[in-house]
Design a protein around this ligand. Structure first.
Ligand code: DAH
Length: 344
């Protein structure tokens, strides 16, 4: 009976499978082709007794739709598999995006400062972080009783009998001495590095921070050279509109000494909260190298003169990027660090 054949076929089509388009095409021809099963069953339908025609007709339609659905589903599966394979091998597809790290703001500022001075012919010099008293204090004309040697400020590593104690350098000015000891003028160096002070950590102070020291020694170097060099530096770093102001100050290793202010980067000098309504921001110490310092390092002050300057990298980065709390530089919070992605 036709209905029995159809029932059997309805079960059969549930088990059909094909993994390629060719296999699927064979199935289509077998069931729906000109000489296929469906046409054969429709031919047999003519011989079905009239009273069974309705039931047999419905079953035939069910089988026909069933076959079509099976073929459509198999086709979709095959295409999906092919697409997956193609995607795997497609060399023109854009690569998965890598999440890039960012450059630390202190590194960005240090690099900018080095680049500016490199354009003026300065090279980078380095010295040890664990230093001796001579290079950090004595050779820089600090008198023996100077308070910077006090336990309050300096981390001492080892006390020596001869008084040349070992300590963590409190400033990068020590690199001046190391450079002059083994180089004859002309000297033009910039010395970036970490420094250490025995300070309580707060938003404005840290026991570890970064400085950049500059030193220029040659015949006939004057305070005017210092001022012009610093003005060029500041305009390069903060923009051409920036002004400078030098205030008399005191450092043991320079004479005369000065502190340099720049016109406020926020208000441009009109007065705001950042510059405490003065219009000026202090950014570095500087001066003409004291003859005693030249002598201590083996350079004749009768022939040579020079200037030096020193600045804090954290402070400059704070001004450039409006960082309010120094501790953020060291906490490695990615929400802070990510803001500098792609900065250089
Ligand atoms: N060493 C000083 C400090 O740590 C900064 C400084 C001031 C460096 C004046 C210099 C200078 O070379 O001439 O505060």
């Amino acid at each position: 009976m036709l209905q029995d054949i159809i029932k059997e076929k309805l079960e059969e089509i549930k088990k059909l499978s094909a993994s390629t388009k060719e296999e699927l095409e064979k199935i289509r021809i077998e069931y729906l082709g000109k000489k296929g099963l469906m046409n054969e069953l429709f031919a047999q339908f003519k011989g079905v007794p009239n009273e069974q025609k309705k039931e047999a007709g419905q079953m035939l339609n069910e089988l026909k739709n069933g076959i079509q659905t099976v073929i459509d589903t198999l086709k979709e599966k095959i295409e999906q598999k092919q697409e997956e394979l193609r995607e795997k091998d497609d060399l023109t597809k854009p690569a998965d995006t890598l999440s890039l790290g960012s450059i630390h703001p202190l590194t960005i500022v240090r690099k900018e400062i080095i680049d500016i001075f490199a354009r003026l012919g300065y090279t980078v010099a380095e010295g040890p972080e664990i230093e001796d008293d001579w290079h950090v204090f004595s050779a820089l004309n600090f008198p023996p009783e100077h308070p910077a040697r006090d336990m309050q400020d300096t981390f001492f590593v080892e006390n020596r009998e001869d008084g040349n104690n070992i300590l963590l350098r409190t400033h990068t000015s020590s690199v001046q001495v190391r450079t002059m000891e083994h180089t004859q003028p002309p000297i033009r160096i910039i010395a970036p590095g970490r420094v250490f002070r025995n300070e309580a950590i707060s938003a404005r102070a840290h026991c570890i921070f970064h400085q950049i020291e500059g030193l220029y020694i040659d015949k006939g170097v004057s305070f005017a050279d210092l001022k012009q060099t610093l003005l060029y530096f500041v305009k390069e770093l903060f923009g051409n509109q920036t002004k400078i102001r030098l205030r008399p100050s005191y450092f043991p290793f320079t004479e005369p000494s000065a502190e340099m202010d720049i016109s406020c980067t926020i208000c441009g000098g009109k007065g705001c909260n950042i510059c405490k309504h003065t219009g000026w921001l202090e950014i570095l110490g500087c001066g003409m190298v004291d003859p005693n310092v030249l002598k201590a390092s083996g350079i004749d002050p009768e022939i040579y003169s020079g200037f030096a300057f020193g600045m804090g990298v954290e402070r400059i980065a704070m001004l450039k990027y409006d960082v309010k709390d120094l501790r953020q530089y060291f906490e490695n919070d990615v929400r802070f660090l990510n803001q500098f992605a792609g900065a250089i």
